[in-house]
Design a protein around this ligand. Structure first.
Ligand code: ZN
Ligand code: ZN
Length: 256
């Protein structure tokens, strides 16, 4: 079951690439990354907590990224691929230690590569941990402390139940309907919601207290959506938010 989540993401990237030409390049590259991540995830059984056992897979990963990525990411993958294995270990371990603090931006290419490579490992650990009692937290994942990438509304009763999805380990946790995902603000006048006609099932939820925003994917309006992929595809919503001086709570895998 956990394996099929990668297939869902890959299939959704194909669907949206056909639907939104402006996001087609981004989605094609994402699909490439998701396929690599699916293979990495499948190979993790038995690795346990030992990050160094993953390192031998890094060169192939870099080579495949270099073949499909836009520059400067492709160049960075080629450069990293030429370094000594000890450098890879150091780079991956260093990223892993501070992963929860990472804010993807287009210029942070080496860290973006480490993030893409280690994300299946983070998801694997989250999928195989002891279940913890549910907790409502703002701003960070209750499991790995990374920031949420997107919100989700799932059908429940007459409305929708809102949750947040971790940008790194993909843990999903519940949060109230009317509360800022970043700072916990609950004053209705401080919380802005923006939707565009083009994407009836995705909305920008912004906060005038902390100035952060997150996109929430409404599965009550579109049950085919896959939040992490629909988040990636709805680029015009990011532009709206930026024009209104809101900052994304957490950039996505492509640094946008
Ligand atoms: Zn997490
Ligand atoms: Zn806030």
């Amino acid at each position: 079951m956990t394996r099929s989540k990668w297939d869902q993401r890959i299939r959704r990237a194909d669907e949206l690439a056909a639907e939104y030409p402006f996001a087609a390049d981004v989605l094609r590259f994402y699909r490439h990354v998701a396929r690599l991540q699916k293979d990495l995830y499948a190979g993790l059984a038995g690795v346990g907590n030992d990050l160094s056992l993953l390192v031998p897979r890094f060169p192939d990963f870099l080579e495949s990224i270099a073949a499909a990525a836009p520059d400067p990411l492709a160049q960075c993958a080629r450069d990293l691929g030429e370094r000594a294995p000890a450098d890879w270990v150091a780079a991956l371990e260093s990223f892993w230690r501070d992963a929860s603090q990472f804010q993807p931006e287009p210029g942070r290419t080496a860290e973006l590569l480490a993030c893409m490579f280690l994300q299946p490992y983070a998801e694997y650990l989250a999928d195989h941990r002891e279940p913890a009692p549910p907790r409502e937290t703002f701003g960070t994942c209750p499991f790995c402390r990374s920031r949420p990438l997107a919100g989700v509304l799932r059908p429940e009763g007459d409305g929708g139940k809102r949750s947040l999805i971790c940008s790194f380990c993909a843990t999903e946790w519940d949060i109230g309907r009317m509360v800022c995902a970043a700072c916990g603000e609950q004053t209705v006048e401080k919380l802005a919601v923006y939707t565009a006609e083009q994407f009836p099932h995705v909305r920008v939820e912004a906060c005038d207290t902390c100035r952060y925003y997150i996109k929430t994917v409404d599965l009550t309006k579109n049950g085919h959506a896959v939040p992490v992929v629909d988040e990636l595809a709805t680029i015009p919503l990011n532009l709206w938010a930026r024009e209104h001086a809101y900052v994304k709570l957490r950039g996505n895998l492509l640094g946008i």
